[in-house]
Design a binder for this molecule. Structure first.
Ligand code: AHM
Ligand code: MG
Length: 336
């Protein structure tokens, strides 16, 4: 029988053998994983736990909050403020940064998260997830402010997500490949189920919200038209489409079998930004995808090279199989 490796064992072995995970970071990720387990329990209870439906409030982006958005946010805050490895946190569901209260010990790390991605799928029992990203506070900086968070994604020291689907799967990178862990509900622990995750460079599958077609920019239309033309078209092959509308689940499919995911800028947004958030959606997913051999751009530039100017910055996203991402990006650069 193959040896079962728990998340804790995996992290300790990585720390010992490769030395690229400092102890504080390892413990911080364990706390995040514990919070994800608690969120998974709430998600699974559904109507029985009275966690479905709206909370009657709006977040900073003007989006209606679901009860589970708020529950997941509270679980992550409560678990992590206590852990002792963080200076501050930032969340899609909170306007400003959250400083670790003085009654707890503090550390050097900054944690960002989208507590519950795919909110529109909560009530319909479709996969949703938690996305997170870890940065380190600049050395020597006293206190902590929003400016400490405004670092390009290439400075992330860890990133991951937990998808709550038929299985609960935690996916992690520390910048040395991508590993996946499946929650063993009987044991209550995450077990390593895949290492060295690789996204195929080519694909025949794309993910985009087609209902926005009339708002798209010409290069996006060109790319999708060519995919839709199938074997007779310039691509000479038939494409399939998948769109779950939970980025976390769409990216999980891409890490599992390849594909390209796009949430491009479209004409509904006057300031050329996209819909998704740079700091807690695009950056962590870009880190994972690149670590699995894929690519991630804003249709023109590498996402992880962008320096954010504000916490809740939005960005266009094209990520997944390398050759497709490069093609979409080239169509945009050609049209400029
Ligand atoms: P959320 O963080 O409020 O759930 O919104 C992000 C989601 C992504 O998961 C998904 O890719 C996109 O929004 C879906 O948008 P659309 O409503 O266009 O399908
Ligand atoms: Mg989201």
């Amino acid at each position: 029988m193959t040896r079962r490796i728990s998340l804790t064992q995996y992290l300790i072995e990585q720390q010992r053998q490769h030395g690229h995970i400092p102890q504080e970071l390892r413990l911080l990720i364990e706390v995040v994983a514990r919070a994800c387990k608690r969120i998974a329990i709430s998600v699974t209870k559904g109507a029985l736990g009275e966690v479905l439906g709206t909370a009657g409030s709006e977040n900073v982006q003007g989006e209606i909050q679901k009860k589970l958005d708020i529950i997941a946010n509270e679980v992550l805050i409560e678990a992590n403020e206590w852990g002792g490895h963080l200076a501050a946190m930032a969340s899609e569901e909170m306007e400003g940064i959250y400083l670790v209260p003085n009654r707890f010990p503090k550390g050097e790390y900054l944690l960002m998260f989208d507590p519950l991605d795919g909110s529109s799928n909560i009530d319909v029992n479709v996969s949703i997830g938690t996305i997170f990203s870890v940065l380190k506070k600049a050395e020597g900086s006293k206190g902590v402010s929003e400016d400490d968070f405004l670092q390009p994604g290439k400075q992330q020291v860890a990133a991951g997500y937990c998808v709550y689907g038929p299985q609960t799967t935690l996916v992690l990178t520390f910048g040395a490949g991508v590993a996946m862990f499946t929650l063993d509900r009987e044991q209550g622990s995450f077990v390593l189920t895949q290492e060295g995750v690789k996204i195929p460079e080519d694909t025949k599958e794309f993910a985009i919200n087609m209902s926005n077609m009339r708002h798209w920019d010409a290069p996006v239309k060109r790319y999708i038209d060519e995919c839709l033309a199938g074997e007779e078209g310039p691509r000479g092959k038939n494409f399939n489409m998948r769109w779950i509308a939970s980025m976390v689940a769409d990216v999980h499919r891409i890490l599992t079998r390849g594909g390209v995911f796009m949430y491009p800028w479209d004409r509904r947004e006057p300031n050329k930004a996209g819909k998704l958030r740079l700091m807690y959606e695009a950056n962590p997913m870009a880190f994972l995808v690149e670590q699995a051999g894929g690519a991630a751009t804003n249709a023109r530039q590498r996402i992880m090279d962008l320096t954010p100017t504000q916490l809740h910055e939005r960005v266009a996203v094209v990520l997944g199989s390398k050759n497709e991402v490069e093609r979409v990006t080239a169509y945009h650069l050609d049209s400029a």
